[in-house]
Design a protein around this ligand. Sequence first.
Ligand code: SF4
Length: 319
Amino acid sequence: MTDPILSVRNLRVVFPHRHGELVPIDDISFDVKKGEIIGFVGESGAGKSMTGAAIIGLIDPPGYIERGEIWLDNERIDQLDVRAANRIRGRRISMVFQDPLTSLNPLRTIGDQLVETILTHLPVNANEAKRKAMAGLEEVDIDPGRFNAYPHEFSGGMRQRVVIALALSAGPELIIADEPTTALDVSVQAQVLDLLKKLCREHGTSVILITHDMGVIAETTDRVAVLYAGRLAEVGNTHELLRRPQHPYTRGLIASTPAVEYGDISTELFQISGTMPRLDALPSGCAFHPRCEQALDYCASHRPELQQDGVACWLYADG
Ligand code: SF4
């Protein structure tokens, strides 16, 4: 689990705006290793989903990648034409969205949808595609006898398992799972996350798991990237980061999550004051400074960069 399957370098996404430009992603760099599950965490508006959209080439116009590079294995994928990008989507990178009904066609059986996906992306005939579809259903603990059932005949958790089968059906190198369990009952969430984790381990598939929930991060990921206002605040091994968070925003996120019981961080529930800034009103310097209880005078005017130790905060800067 050492080679990066995905490398993102200095990614900057811009949306033209009548008063200039909005920058939901600003100078983000990270790697995803083969077989690794990396979590992207932060509040709504942190830039998690936008980063996923940039990787899979689905930024809504007029937004665009103004700067940076995205590499999948050894292929640069941020400058592909539509046909080449379509060949990568679903085949080499697939998505699992929050609401399975956005991924499934309500008018077609789940079997049809699996077979169509497999035929679109893999060089197999119809019989082989059907065999693979059946096997995919079995893998996600759905009776292949329900091949001809429609999405509305399944529970929410089962539908999300069908979506995971769809996402894995073409053998992708990377799955981007965007809040995959947020719409599900708490009791079902853990089952779906466990299944996603187990299958990706077995298939050697890397995962970017987008979530606002530190509990999900703790249970599921190997590494975590904390985003704030479109920038990386902290990156590190999940276990280490949860035990010893450094960035004040990371500490706040953990302290406000009842399910995370690492060290003495979350014995008392905490609320980070204020809200995520609007894109057209990003604070100068460290974007977190208006909410940060440890802010220095310097923080309001100087933007911290992510350092070798994985933290972007002046509290930890040399000198
Ligand atoms: Fe707080 Fe300053 Fe660190 Fe930003 S750079 S998180 S304002 S201490």
